[in-house]
Design a protein around this ligand. Structure first.
Ligand code: UT7
Length: 389
């Protein structure tokens, strides 16, 4: 290394968390709403049930997953300097869901933005977070995938409403001079397939109107067969590309964490890559397709199932609307035996988040008081100036 050259930086995963709403919707329950059956859904998708929010919002799911990731890493919110939320079901068009979560976490030193790349969103966000760390711009980045797809489904369309569910997952990245962590990322897009999977209205092309609402244009439309064909191709190609970029032969891959859209797509990729079942993680049966949340949700469950250990090589691979795809090779470095959270530690965290809520509330109140008082003072000053003039 030349004398004036700064040491190489790596982005390691040091914390992980997930949250799914407790409300379960089974295939049998769905079969009471649309013309489908448990047998059809299981056979064609592998899905048995999914979680659907009742009162929770996307930011709440993301917040709970993020809090768990911070607990695991034993990192305080004010140590985070970047928050990225991958979502297609944000809290609002703006402000960003990431800003809502930043406020509720009390992450006072963090920049925050949302990233939209549909079901590939989490891998895109991880890629950006890792690049920011490697470049020296940031030290600690919180990357969240959070979705409430149930809010944008047409519950009368059996071709789509059976597929999706709600949830969130989060990873905490930190800079280190030790090799490992995020080894490579591959991002791809083919916008010519945008109409194969989309929500046609609510953007600037088709703003919300009575007509868009009446025609159900604020819900997911999909050409399932075409997306299926695209998915089987890119899952395999993108996995191989991430490995090549990371200088890893396929035999060095310990676990593939694929986007959980359909068990048949995952099985196809595993067969084509000649990976045995123990090298491919799958939980689509319990959650359906949670879009940008699906990969972190799967990774966290793989860790909980003790299928991830220090030294392992993983590939996360996703695809979805855009059309878009992304993959990421990782050398896992963090100990995965989850730290025991003492009651004292849990109480400390609760207090921290209550304090963040209180601070946020008082900032809002003070801002209003400030604006009201300034307005009155300006008027008085204006009147005085008027009189004197
Ligand atoms: O994150 C990316 C998100 N999207 C995806 O990953 C979707 C990828 N595509 C798929 O997973 C599959 O294409 C589906 C699961 C969506 C559909 O499976 P398929 O084997 O490709 O079925 P299909 O679309 O070819 O439809 C076969 C039949 C049709 O009936 P006909 O025309 O053969 O009489 C459909 O109308 O199945 C019918 N069908 C259903 N039947 C019962 C479609 N949806 C349902 C349903 N229940 N829910």
């Amino acid at each position: 290394m030349a004398a004036n050259q700064s040491p190489q930086r790596f982005a390691h995963i040091i914390g992980w968390g997930k949250y799914v709403p407790p409300n379960v919707l089974t295939n049998d329950e769905l079969a009471k709403r649309v013309d489908t059956s448990d047998a059809w859904i299981r056979e064609r998708t592998g899905i048995m049930e999914r979680r659907i929010v009742t009162k929770e919002t996307t930011a709440m799911l993301g917040l709970y997953a993020a809090q768990e990731a911070l607990e695991v890493a034993d990192v305080a919110p004010n140590e985070i300097d970047l928050i990225i939320v991958a979502t297609s079901t944000p809290e609002y068009i703006f402000p960003a869901t990431a800003s809502v979560i930043q406020d509720q976490l009390g992450a006072d030193n963090a920049g925050a933005f949302d990233l939209s790349a549909a079901c590939s969103g989490f891998v895109y966000a991880l890629s950006v977070g890792a690049a920011m760390i490697r470049s020296g711009q940031h030290n600690t980045a919180l990357v969240i995938g959070a979705e409430t797809f149930s809010k944008i489904l047409n519950w009368k369309d059996r071709a789509t409403c059976i597929l999706f569910g709600d949830g969130a997952g989060a990873l905490l990245l930190r800079a280190s001079d030790q090799p490992g962590g995020i080894l490579s990322t591959v991002l791809g897009s083919d916008g010519s397939g945008g109409d194969l999977l989309n929500v046609p209205a609510g953007g600037s092309r088709n703003p919300a109107s009575l007509e868009t609402v009446m025609n159900n244009l604020h819900t997911v439309k999909m050409n399932g067969r075409e997306v299926y064909r695209f998915a089987t191709r890119v899952m395999v190609d993108a996995t191989k590309q991430a490995l090549v970029k990371a200088n890893l032969p396929l035999t060095e891959l310990d676990l593939l964490i694929p986007h959980q859209a359909n068990a048949r797509i995952i099985d196809y990729a595993a067969r084509t890559l000649q990976l045995p079942p123990e090298k491919v993680f799958q939980n689509v049966e319990h959650y359906g397709n949670t879009s940008a949340a699906s990969i972190p949700l799967a990774l966290v469950e793989a860790i909980e199932a003790k299928r991830v250990n220090p030294g392992d090589h993983l590939v996360m691979v996703g695809f979805g609307g855009g059309l878009s795809w992304g993959s990421c090779a990782v050398e896992w470095t963090a100990p995965t035996d989850k730290r025991l959270i003492t009651p004292q530690r849990a109480a400390q965290s609760r207090l921290r988040y209550r304090w963040a809520n209180f601070k946020s509330f008082s900032h809002r109140v003070l801002r209003r008081v400030d604006s009201g008082v300034t307005h009155v003072l300006d008027r008085i000053e204006g009147r005085q100036n008027g009189h004197s003039g």
